[in-house]
Design a protein around this ligand. Structure first.
Ligand code: FAD
Length: 263
């Protein structure tokens, strides 16, 4: 339907039309869909069934690239679904697709599914991540009651990359700006989490973003802060230097190793 540049590196794509007639939102506030973006010159039309294509035995290079994206919002009355894409330069498939998307373009996706919703029984909520987790964090903050306590730390490239968030008044939100020193930037989220003054009572945490950063924060939360696994939703959304294809091929082992180090 339309696109909107939210920040220099974040593009909102609003989908609509009769293709969304069957769409049902998921329970969680981190609902995600699997988008399928065909390569140039694909021998099938703009609208296709990704599962049928997978089973059709097409050469790998003709299959659509699969990427996972959060449903930033779903407006059933207007039949509009918004996805916020990080555009990280010219690299990748989905980022460039979103950067050049125009009204009338088609995006095929499967889903949604979800895994997290802030637990109303928790005394406070911790949300940590980068721009890729921002859509889920934003949707989660919107779902909190007005008297909830939330502590939010979000990594981004600088002040012009911050987006206004609708959150309970008691939200402690700090944007962490990258310095473009890779080693320092990779430690920003962990350092900020280490420095947190811990509110009293049980916490429910949402920790998503770059794989190594998430792994370090998770280790800190479990080992140093004494969180139970059941008190957090934690997953590595993407991995620095790897395409999503490369990342998916090692993700299972990475997650197993991540689990084993705090067994
Ligand atoms: C459940 C789930 C929900 C997600 N929701 C969102 C979302 O709402 N919005 C969103 O933007 N992403 C989201 N992601 C992450 C997104 O799927 C990945 O970032 C994906 O790799 C982007 O694909 P691409 O084709 O643009 O780049 P790729 O082809 O996968 O990668 C190309 C290069 O870009 C780098 N790269 C990939 N992602 C980023 C990034 N975010 N910042 C900087 N460099 C990057 C890679 O390391 C690689 O070097 C989500 C992931 C999961 C698992």
């Amino acid at each position: 339907m339309r696109t909107e540049r939210l920040t220099p590196t974040l593009v909102r794509v609003v989908l609509g039309g009769p293709g969304l007639d069957g769409f049902r939102s998921a329970d969680g506030t981190d609902a995600y869909v699997n988008v399928a973006i065909p390569p140039a010159g694909a021998p099938y039309g703009a609208v296709f069934d990704p599962r049928a294509l997978r089973e059709a035995g097409l050469p790998r290079e003709q299959l659509p690239a699969r990427r996972r994206y959060t449903v930033r919002s779903w407006d059933a009355d207007a039949r509009e679904l918004a996805i916020d894409f990080v555009v990280h330069g010219d690299a990748g498939v989905a980022g460039p697709w979103a950067a050049s998307a125009e009204p009338g373009d088609v995006l095929v996706f499967e889903g949604p599914a979800s895994g997290y919703r802030p637990d109303p029984a928790a005394a406070w909520h911790l949300m940590l991540g980068d721009e890729s987790a921002l859509p889920a964090v934003a949707a989660s903050l919107e779902a909190l009651p007005t008297d909830a306590t939330a502590v939010v730390r979000l990594v981004c490239d600088g002040p012009e990359h911050e987006v206004p968030l609708s959150a309970p008044a008691g939200t402690d939100l700090v944007w962490l700006h990258r310095t473009h020193d890779d080693e320092r930037d990779a430690a920003l989220l962990l350092e900020a989490t280490r420095a947190l003054e811990w509110p009293d009572g049980t916490v429910h945490a949402f920790v998503h973003g770059e794989a190594e950063e998430i792994r370090a924060v998770r280790r800190h939360l479990l080992l140093d802060r004494g969180l139970e696994r059941s008190e957090m939703s934690c997953s590595p959304y993407w991995r620095r230097t790897m395409t999503d294809e490369a990342w998916r091929s090692v993700k299972r082992d990475f997650v197993a190793a991540m689990d084993a180090e705090v067994a």
